[in-house]
Design a protein around this ligand. Structure first.
Ligand code: GRG
Length: 295
C-alpha cells in the first residue's frame, strides 16, 4: 500500500469515529432520521474532502480536533448532496457506495429529511466553540462553506445540471457546471486548512489554484469512469450521462483528449504546491490518484 492509501484508510477510520460522535441517536421517534443520517455518512466513500481539509490543516500546524471537525462538516455536506442527488426527483439512483441509496434503504421522505439535517448539522459543527477558539475563524468557515454549497456553488451547479439538456453545453459550459457542482466543495476543503491556520494570502491562493485544477481533473476522471468503469468496483450506477444524452468532457472531447486534459491538470495542480515543502507530498500524490482512480 502506498502512503496515500494508508493515509486515506486512517482518515476513513477517523471520520467514522468523528461522525459517530457528532451523530448520536436519540431515544424518541426521531431516531429513524438519525439512523438514516448515520447510514448515509458512516462506512463509505473515499473521504477525499476530509483528506484535503486534514492535509491542508497540517501545513499550518492546526490542532487535530479543529481539523477533524471541519473535515466532518464538509463530509456531512457532501453526503447530504449525495442523498438528495440520488432521490427520484433528481438522478433516481438505487445504489450508492455499493449499498442501496438512502431512500431505498429507508423511504423518500426520510431521505429528504436526512439530507436537510446533515446540511444543518455541518453548520452546527462549524459554528460550535470546539471547532476553533477564535469566533472569527468559525464565522469565516461558516461563510466559506455556505458560499461553496449554496446557489452560487454546489446547489447552483445542480440546477444547471438539471437544465443541461435544454442548454447548449460546450466545453466552457460543462467546465463552469462542474466547477460549481463539484469544484466549490473541493475549494472549500483545500482552503479550510488555511482558514483554520490563518495562513497568508499567497499560500491561501496556492491552495485555491491547486483545488481548482484537482477539482476539474476529478470531474474529467469521473466522466471517464462513467464510460469505462466497472459498476461493481465504483459502487454506483454508471453510463447514466450517456443514456440521458448529457454533454460531458468525454462526449465533447473524446476519451483520449479527456485523458490527456486530466493528466495535464493533475501535474499543474501539483505544481501549485511548489511553495510548500515535503509536508505537501500527499497532496501532490492525491492529485495523481484522483485521475488514476478506479472508483
Ligand atoms: C442535490 C443539493 C444537491 C446537490 C447535488 C455534488 C452533487 C450536487 C451531487 C452528487 C452527485 C454527483 C455525481 C456529483 C458529481 C461529483 C461526484 C462524482 C461526487 C461523488 O464524489 P466522490 O467520488 O464520492 O468523492 P465518495 O462516495 O467517494 O465520497
Amino acid at each position: 500500500m502506498t502512503s496515500l492509501n494508508n493515509c486515506l484508510s486512517a482518515i476513513g477510520v477517523a471520520m467514522n469515529e468523528e461522525l459517530t460522535r457528532l451523530l448520536p441517536i436519540a431515544s424518541g421517534p426521531e431516531s429513524r432520521l438519525q439512523e438514516a443520517m448515520r447510514y448515509s455518512t458512516l462506512d463509505g466513500g473515499k473521504r477525499l474532502r476530509p483528506f484535503f481539509v486534514l492535509q491542508t490543516a497540517q501545513l499550518f500546524n492546526v490542532a487535530e480536533q479543529s481539523a477533524l471537525r471541519v473535515a466532518a462538516a464538509i463530509e456531512l455536506v457532501h453526503c447530504y448532496s449525495l442523498v438528495h442527488d440520488d432521490l427520484p426527483a433528481m438522478d433516481d439512483d438505487d445504489l450508492r457506495r455499493g449499498r442501496p441509496t438512502c431512500h431505498k434503504a429507508f423511504d423518500e421522505a426520510t431521505a429528504i429529511l436526512a439530507g436537510d439535517a446533515l446540511l444543518t448539522k455541518a453548520f452546527e459543527v462549524l459554528a460550535a466553540p470546539p471547532t476553533h477558539s477564535d469566533p472569527r475563524v468559525r464565522a469565516d468557515l461558516v461563510l466559506a462553506l455556505a458560499e461553496a454549497a449554496g446557489d452560487h456553488g454546489m446547489v447552483g451547479g445542480q440546477m444547471v445540471d438539471l437544465r443541461a439538456a435544454e442548454l447548449e453545453m460546450d466545453v466552457a459550459a460543462v467546465t463552469r457546471l462542474q466547477n460549481l457542482k463539484t469544484g466549490c466543495l473541493f475549494n472549500f476543503s483545500c482552503e479550510a486548512g488555511a482558514i483554520l491556520g490563518k495562513a497568508p494570502a499567497k499560500l491561501r491562493q496556492a491552495l485555491r489554484a491547486y483545488a481548482h485544477d484537482v477539482g476539474l481533473a476529478f470531474q474529467i476522471a469521473d466522466d471517464i469512469l462513467d464510460v469505462e468503469g466497472d459498476p461493481d468496483q465504483v459502487g454506483k450506477g454508471l453510463r447514466k450521462d450517456a443514456e440521458a444524452g448529457k454533454a460531458t468532457f468525454v462526449s465533447l472531447l473524446g476519451i483520449e483528449r479527456a485523458r490527456s486534459q486530466a493528466d495535464m491538470l493533475w501535474r499543474q495542480a501539483a505544481g501549485h504546491l511548489d511553495v510548500f515543502d515535503e509536508k505537501a507530498d500527499l497532496l501532490r500524490e492525491a492529485a495523481r490518484f484522483i485521475v488514476e482512480r478506479k472508483l
